[in-house]
Design a protein around this ligand. Structure first.
Ligand SMILES: [Fe+2]
Ligand SMILES: [Fe+2]
Length: 191
């Protein structure tokens, strides 16, 4: 049986993966053409990652889903401890990436490689994190959680949905998303 919580998590993973790939494509294109990046676009894309995946998606997993799994499991779930630690690490890693972007913008081309490498590490880290959740945690949730658990989780996961999963953004995000959609390359945008 499929549950709204699982669909929201999978859709948001797909949106984050698409955003990460779009930034990588842009960086490769800027490097190939020896171009100065559109820094406002890169800042908007990193802001999205901080605003949605970092501040909404990961906290919901750590505060709502993982505690229920721990309650239902008879054995300790070390994988959840590892994922919780990664959620905390993600918060300062995105700060580090944003700082590296600022240095690239202010100092110039000598900081391009440092930023590209910092962003690539962030991408590798999150793709591996999401893979672990999809291959280990979501199947475990399907096995262990009760209907009463899902009845509590589903409405929470259906709140504050990521606009990149096909839901209209709140008005305050209109400028952010139109900038990203108009200027970023596929799979996220039309640029
Ligand atoms: Fe996560
Ligand atoms: Fe996740």
């Amino acid at each position: 049986m499929s549950h709204a919580t699982l669909k929201v998590i999978r859709d948001e993973h797909a949106a984050l993966a698409a955003m990460l790939r779009s930034v990588l494509l842009l960086l490769a294109q800027y490097r190939r053409r020896a171009e100065t990046p559109d820094f406002a676009l890169l800042r908007a894309m990193l802001f999205y990652i901080d605003e949605f995946p970092e501040r909404q998606h990961h906290p919901k997993e750590s505060t709502l889903l993982f505690p229920k799994l721990r309650l239902r499991s008879e054995e300790p779930l070390g994988v959840l401890d590892k994922l919780d630690r990664e959620h905390e690490q993600g918060e300062w890693q995105i700060r580090y990436v944003e700082r590296a972007l600022l240095a690239f913008e202010i100092v110039g081309d000598s900081r391009r490689t440092t930023f590209e490498e910092a962003f690539q590490r962030y991408v590798d880290f999150y793709l591996a994190h999401m893979r672990t959740e999809e291959l280990e945690v979501l199947p475990l949730a399907e096995k262990l959680l009760t209907q009463a658990d899902w009845d509590e989780l589903d409405p929470e996961f259906l709140l504050n949905r990521d606009p990149l999963t096909g839901h209209a953004p709140k008005e305050e995000y209109n400028a952010l998303f139109s900038r990203i959609v108009c200027l970023a390359p596929a799979p996220i945008g039309l640029g």
